[in-house]
Design a binder for this molecule. Structure first.
Ligand SMILES: *Cc1c(COP(=O)(O)O)cnc(C)c1O
Length: 401
């Protein structure tokens, strides 16, 4: 086999000497965690999304766990969410001792289908955890209307959605303002803005924010900054069971630089995504992603749907042989061993739903999306020539039978 013309990864972070220099700042001052860089990153992030408060944590999984605890999710409760998401979404519910109740997705947007939420609500439902999958805003207007009717808090899994926007009350607003009660972000390298690992909680409620800050730091009664600056001796106490979910100042310093780049990253991705749509329109039968008119995604991932005659694995292998990395559609938690073996099964709370393990009639669109979609390379530095090469290879894979 000849050497591929290009080697195209699925994703690649965009960082350089600016981040490297920023990472050195806390190292040289000696204040390396939960210090001034974290505070500055929080302020800037809150400002960027338009939230009153932002609280930095170790990763988005930790953020989701804290968010669910703070809105009162406890053992025995149910939380409505999607199976069609990275496993951290459903896991965060189980960390609280609660049961995820999975609702199917809309095939066009890969997001929770609001029309199916009401039927999943029971007396045990304590919250709705909705996901902006791969950065595409979910239908928050419809979700919040249901949540208000049932007095349920809404937590947004905005792990992928830094820089995405939603049309809200007559204007465009950034995801994370938030439009539910709390939004949770990830800064893993698979997302647009990265600090290696890292997460952020945004809210407009000072009480929720105060609780995040205590719980991320073992429920310590006094913060490090306050104790450090105190002129009198201070003894802290530990008010309840807390966690170590801190972000370091090294990560936060990198995050501040990344945040400055974010508008440019989003703009470039939107340009590349539009170009993908034009180039891919020529492949008959290929399903292209849909952006609702009230949404502006950051295109964290570009997902295409293969027609029925295509074998997903074969297409991906053909592309890999040509030097192009792809990923299959987003996973479904209910099909994983960690979920299949639970007595509450794939969905519908403690009774399970009686489907065969790893298959659920109620989650047919979620399963179909995992099995028939592939994620194409999309990142800031992707060149036009590389993008055309990706499209060419996908077209070639289509001619395989
Ligand atoms: C990445 C991701 C997470 C987890 O984020 P971490 O920062 O890695 O903990 C959660 N939910 C979704 C939808 C994600 O894509």
């Amino acid at each position: 086999m000849s050497e591929p013309v290009f080697h195209v990864p699925v994703t690649r972070p965009w960082m350089d000497e600016r981040e490297a220099e920023a990472a050195c700042r806390p190292l040289l001052t000696g204040w390396v965690t939960q210090g001034p860089e974290v505070a500055a990153f929080e302020r800037k992030f809150a400002e960027y999304v338009g939230a009153a408060h932002a609280c930095a944590v170790a990763n988005c999984t930790a953020a989701l766990h804290l968010a669910l605890l703070v809105v009162g999710v406890r053992p025995g409760d149910e939380v409505i969410t999607v199976s069609h998401s990275f496993i951290a979404t459903a896991n965060s519910i189980r960390y609280c001792g609660a049961t995820p109740v999975f609702v199917d997705i809309q095939p066009e947007t890969f997001n929770i289908d609001p029309a199916l939420i009401e039927a999943a609500i029971t007396e045990r439902t304590r919250a709705i955890l909705c996901v902006h999958q791969v950065g595409m805003p979910c239908d928050l207007a419809a979700i919040s209307a249901i949540a208000r009717r049932y007095r349920l808090p809404v937590v947004e899994d905005a792990a992928c959605a830094s820089g995405s926007e939603i049309f809200w009350n007559g204007r465009w607003e950034r995801i994370g303002r938030p439009h539910g009660d709390i939004a949770c972000f990830s800064f893993h390298p698979r997302k647009l803005l990265t600090t290696g690992d890292g997460g952020m909680l945004t809210t407009n409620d000072p009480n929720l924010d105060g609780q995040f800050r205590r719980w991320r730091q073992h429920s310590m009664s006094v913060s490090d900054t306050v104790r450090h600056g105190a002129r009198e001796v201070m003894f802290e106490s530990y008010l309840e069971l807390g966690y170590n979910y801190r972000m370091t100042d090294i990560q936060a310093a990198v995050g501040r630089e990344q945040l400055k780049r974010l508008p440019e990253i989003v703009a470039r991705r939107r340009e590349l995504a539009q170009r993908y749509c034009q180039l891919l329109a020529g492949i008959p039968g290929l399903g292209l992603p849909l952006e609702p008119e009230w949404a502006r995604t950051n295109w964290q991932s570009f997902i295409v749907r293969l027609p029925p005659h295509c074998n997903q694995r074969q297409v991906m292998q053909h592309m890999l042989d040509a030097g192009v990395s792809t990923r299959r559609g987003i996973m479904c938690a209910h099909r994983e061993p960690a979920y299949r073996k639970e007595t509450w099964s794939c969905s519908r709370g403690p009774d399970g739903c009686g489907c065969a393990p790893g298959m659920c009639d109620r989650l047919a669109e979620s399963e179909r999306a995992q099995d028939t979609c592939i994620i194409l390379p999309l990142y800031h530095q992707l060149t036009e020539a590389e993008q055309e090469y990706v499209v060419e290879q996908l077209g070639g894979a289509f001619r395989l039978r």
